[in-house]
Design a protein around this ligand. Sequence first.
Ligand SMILES: Cc1ncc(COP(=O)(O)O)c(C=O)c1O
Length: 424
Amino acid sequence: MTEPDCRNAPDADPSGVPFSALDPALLRTQRTSLKWTRYPADVLPLFVAEMDFAVAAEVQQAILDRVTASDIGYLDAAGPLAPAFADYAAAAWGWDVPHDNVHLATDVATGVVESLRVAWELRRQAGPELARPQRIVLPTPVYPGFFEMLEELPYDIVEVPLRATRETPTGQEFRLDLDAIARAFEHGAEAFLLCSPHNPHGTVHTADELTELARLSAQHDVFVVADEIHAPLTHAGTRFVPFAPLAADAGAISVTTTSPSKGWNIAGAKCSVIVAADARANAALALLPPETTTRASILGLHAGVAAFTNGRDWLDRAISQIEKNTALLTELVATRLPGVRLAPAQSGYLAWLDFRGAGLGPDPHARILTEARVALNNGADFGLGGAGHVRLNLACAPETIHEAVERIAAILPTASPTTAEVSR
Ligand SMILES: Cc1ncc(COP(=O)(O)O)c(C=O)c1O
């Protein structure tokens, strides 16, 4: 008799694990990643971008198979990951990726750093007088890891804040400020780091926005690194547009850094891809040190092949749960956290919350950590425009979101506008 498939059960995660088994107290006894070790046991950890959901069975099996075969050596090339990624990119986004354009790196952070080192070296070769810090444009607030990556490189950062656009029922929408980016390019910039979809807001850039960015980049000869790590987690009903084909059409030089590490929750598997947008970018990637490939993990490579090939149903279920959790958080913020605004997200599982009107002072992150015992990311670390905000990870059991919101509500100075019990 076959086991019933409980993976779509309402009280279970995308792998079919009951939410009761994702109790943070239990996960803390089972997992050793920094999400579970950085803070004391009484702190609810909703900061770093790891999901509580169990890894897809197909991905687990791929790693186990390599371990069983004692196949845990070094890598020389993207091998089966190139067609696996290309097939996924074609099916998901209609992006035709030549397999030879796919290069390996340990993780997306390494891919970003090494791609920007290539961009700097290209410029230096073109004119030795340019062997000085170059300028990189960064739309902010943005993933704080970018600032850490850029510390490794000879670039001066030009922060261009996102532009507040539409007011939505939950909070303000923010988008790329293309006029300000054009001005920054006119003042002189050699590189641009695109976060697409944008972390922390979960904004999915439109085809029009990206087409204009590609045009501006070509016009001003700006090298674009497009970090598309969150793209597989684009919510239903929204179209993710990869930057590379637009860059290639516009004649802009660009590479895309991505991996299955966010979509399939395998950050520790350590294998990412750097994809050249066209032949010119691919030729530039010949400047990558060979170690960029050998430092990627063979376990991560096979995990990635399994994710892109056989993990698509799991991903759909993960997105569906993330959407439910987003709806739950939206409702809870509206009813339990007066003065707090939530940016509308079209991708990913990171919620960007504006606490400036909530009465917790200039550093809500610190108060929420020390008084509510909930660990979130501090908005001030995300660059210009981030102060007074926090980022919350909602890829967890719904009960964990309830718990986090109740703990935060208890320290707010303003009384809750409603005592109505929010449906669970
Ligand atoms: C936009 C972005 N890029 C890169 C990373 C890091 O990816 P990796 O662990 O593959 O270096 C993250 C992690 O959250 C991220 O949000």
